[in-house]
Every structure is written in C-alpha cells, then in structure tokens.
Write a protein that binds this ligand. Structure first.
Ligand code: LER
Ligand code: MN
Length: 281
C-alpha cells in the first residue's frame, strides 16, 4: 500500500476537499511530507498541462495515484444521472479528457458526487437507468486505454444515491464492465456502513483504492475512527492499492497534511511488512 494526498488547482472551491491548492507547490510539499503520490482533483483535464505535470512529478519523485472528479458536480453542476441527454453527453466528453490523462497518470478515474442524485419527483429506477447508461459509455472509453473507473459511495447528507459499499457493489454488477471498481471513503463509511471492517471485507474483490479521513473529516488521528480496524480489514484481503488522504485543510493545510502522514505512514509501513515481507515496504 502507498500513501497519496488529494490536491487541486489554485482556484478550486472548498468543496474540492483537498489540503493543498496549486499543482506545482502541492506536488513539492507532498514529497516533502513523505507522500508517494498525489490525487489530482480536477474540473476538466485541460486544467493541468501534462508536460509540466510530468516534470513536477519527476522532480519530486511522486506519482499520480488517481484523478478525482467531484468538482465536475460541485462546480460545473454536471452528473451521470442528469435528466438532460445533452448534459450527460457533456459529462462523457469531460471524462474522455480525464481518461486520456489517466492512461499516462495513475490509470484510475474516480466517480464520487458526479454520479448524480435522484431529483425530486424522479424514481430510483430512472436514476439507476441513467447512471448505468453513462457509466457503460465511460467504461467503454476507458477499458481499451487500460484505465479503471472507481465508484465512491458518498454519505446521505451530500447525495441521495449510492451511499454505502453494498449499494455500489450491486450497481457495479448491473453495469457489467470489468474495468469498474469500488473506492471506499472511510469518512462516508462511518456514516453509512454498519461495520466498516466487515463492509470492506465483504466488498473486497471490487476495492481498488481508498480515501482516508477521520470521523470529522480531519486528519486521521483527530477523530474517533478506529484505524486499527480499517487496516486489519485491508490486511484480510491483502489490499495493495493506494490509500489517499482526503481531509479538510484544518487547522491549516500544512498541519493537516503533516498530522495525517505522521499518523498513517507508520501504519502503512507495518502493514507492508506483514503483507509483502520484511524487505519491501
Ligand atoms: C470525494 O472524494 C468525497 O469524498 C465526497 O464527499 C465529495 O465528492
Ligand atoms: Mn472521498
């Protein structure tokens, strides 16, 4: 398992849920604080220059762990379940850009709030139908390029569709594409999943990536989540993807990022010793 931190462009809204803003500086800081990767929270792929990105990553010896897409919903107001076909086509276009970037950087594109919601007056089945159709179109663009799409269940106070891991797993089955996986976020799981460890284990075959934050969305260690339970569950199925820190930048961005790394890196090191043996860490 490797540790990454979510970052965004300079002008990202607070709803981007990242600690640092400004790609170049954030990549440098991530390396300085001991992170091996950065998760790019983007609104569109052309927000970042891929040649510069390549250079910044090389200079800091950091990788892109994933491209996350919450701002397509929170800032642009677009989503998979939008009743207007033109809006859904626009979402597919934007995801085409993310996928093209991800084929060279991280090979994972997340679907968080951008999966959309069930509008008032609409039934679950209609939202599900629209979601499945958009998800298939996006998976079929990503598949041949070696990119996986990962669905992130999000708590009920942010969205009314796909709140827990079991619901996501059921929908993934209905979409029926093998490049569609699951991205748990333990902050949301603390609200929606009856038992975090058991839910991770039950859905383990689909899990490709994980977001870490504490119960109050601050750095792990500042709240009451049981990270021993979380790491023990990941150990049961030998999770070997990225864990990514997605937290509020409080009390300030540097302190939040430092505290998270100090709390999680030793756990990852212990975890890797158990999973891969003493040499690889
Ligand atoms: C994003 O990763 C997330 O966790 C959501 O709360 C917002 O999209
Ligand atoms: Mn998240």
């Amino acid at each position: 398992m490797k540790l990454s931190v979510a970052i965004a462009g300079e002008y990202a809204l607070p709803s981007a849920f990242v600690v640092w803003r400004g790609f170049e500086q954030s990549i440098k800081k991530a390396a300085e604080f001991g992170y091996q990767g950065v998760e790019l929270a983007l609104k569109t792929a052309d927000e970042i220059n891929r040649h510069k990105l390549e250079r910044w990553l090389q200079q800091s010896n950091v990788e892109v762990s994933c491209i996350s897409t919450g701002q397509v919903f929170a800032d642009l107001g677009l989503c998979f379940t939008h009743p207007d076909a033109d809006v859904r086509a626009k979402v597919v276009e934007i995801f085409k850009g993310f996928i093209d970037l991800a084929k060279d950087f991280g090979r994972l594109v997340n679907v968080g709030r951008v999966r959309g919601f069930i509008p008032e007056g609409q039934v679950f089945e209609r939202a599900e139908e629209l979601f499945i159709d958009t998800a298939r179109r996006i998976c079929d663009i990503a598949g041949p390029l070696g990119v996986n799409i990962i669905i992130e269940p999000v708590n009920r106070y942010e969205i009314n569709f796909i709140n827990n891991l079991d619901q996501a797993a059921e929908l993934i089955k209905k979409v029926g594409r093998n490049n569609l996986g699951l991205m748990p976020d333990v902050f949301h799981m603390n609200i929606e999943d009856a038992k975090i460890g058991e839910s991770l284990i039950r859905n383990s075959t689909l899990i490709q990536y994980i977001h870490l934050a504490d119960s109050n969305r601050l750095a792990p260690g500042y709240g009451h989540l049981d990270f021993d339970e979380i790491f023990s569950a990941l150990e049961v199925f030998g999770f070997n993807g990225w864990a990514s820190i997605e937290i509020l930048p409080k009390p300030d961005p540097d302190t939040a990022a430092r505290k998270a790394a100090e709390y999680i890196l030793p756990r990852i090191s212990e975890y890797n010793k158990k999973i891969y043996g003493k040499k690889k860490q």
